[in-house]
Design a binder for this molecule. Sequence first.
Ligand code: SAJ
Length: 433
Amino acid sequence: MEKLLRKIERREANVVVVGVGYVGLPLAVELARAGFAVTGYDKDPEKVRRLGRAESYIDDIRSAELAPLVDAGKLTASADLGVLSAADAVVVCVPTPLSKNKDPDMSFVTQAMEEIAARQHAEMLIVLESTTYPGTTREVLAPTLTRGIYELGKDVFVAFSPERVDPGNAQWKTRNTPKVIGGMTPACLAVGRALYGAIIDTLVPVGSTDTAEMVKLFENTFRAVNIGLVNEVALMSRRLGVDVWEVIRAAATKPFGFMPFYPGPGLGGHCIPIDPLYLSWRMRGLKYQARFIDVADSINSAMPGEVVSLVHESLNRRRVPANGAKVLVSGVAYKKDVADYRESPAIDVIHGLRSLGAEVDYVDRHVPEVREHGLELRSVCPSVDYGRYDAVVVVTDHSDTDYARMLSESKLIVDTRDALRALDGDKSKVVRL
Ligand code: SAJ
């Protein structure tokens, strides 16, 4: 352990980041900046090519930040697993998605661990950052990385440290976001803290890797459950004839004991809809039903359908049949001002409107085309005449949309984000969640 600790303290350790996506690349940059020789390993040859040419493919990292690190040889890119043989520390930042039946898909993690094990040597630190169910590091990583050959805390050091990357967040970056870390043994924790302590201002050591895994799932389950609650409050408010947006804004004036969340067309992204289901899946294996997670998931998953029904009712009230209606979806990214449309509820809204027979277009400056779940659509031009459509549905409230022009030109607006709240003018044609 001493030899590895010294290498880390002297910044002489070779570090390999496995998976240089929106989590791995910022981490690799900080490690290289701290003086480590860092190799970004990825299966995606396009990422390897672009990183090797100091061309960033992540919005939060400018190419100008990569250039000096790549030129100095501090940050290199590779698709060759052989780099693992020379690694003193390996940080794994690979996806942990859901399978088709909403179970954890651990294939990326297990494959990475097997590739590391096949090139393992004494005195190596391996840290998993991918969000996963409590017990993964202890039950999957540790056995794969010891195999009766290496001893935890002696010649192999294993830890879990959840990622807290918030794409597009200008305030909270890799270095200044407190980072939780748990080790398989105290020595594993000490080595993990030595590495992260070189790049992160505040470390939050916890007693075990299971705890660290649970912290991450709790953080994101907290969001999913509260979003589910506010979506149900929206459904209740509609039936009560109460403006849910006014309710939330008034409740948010409470200076303590309240945290506002806002209704929407559903849950998108690669964290919030997915992470809680890793926890509920784990609990099913322990014969415990994670009721809040299941209820929130059922409410959040039903929101796209609620939006489609609202559009249908609103057209009906204007004696416009949904069948054959021209509808424009404004914004398909999973949340405002991002370009990512993975798991976006807009996909379900478009499918739902089409199932009513509507002719659906979308407009989104951030997403030029959508090729997912059987859709092949291109965004219409942002200067589109909103008046051409029987209804405009605001699904993602991007800041760069001209809502004043939308309000003046549209016949009907179904606003799922209260995006037009600040505007004056004829709101009689605006229907909100
Ligand atoms: N959403 C609502 N109502 C809300 C908040 C979000 O409907 O009040 C929807 C969004 O539109 C989106 C989905 O939920 O479709 C997720 O939104 P998010 O704000 O949670 O954004 P994400 O998915 O980028 O979540 C990430 C997470 N970061 C990490 O996991 C490291 C999350 O923990 C962060 O809290 C979140 O960013 C953030 O705060 O931006």
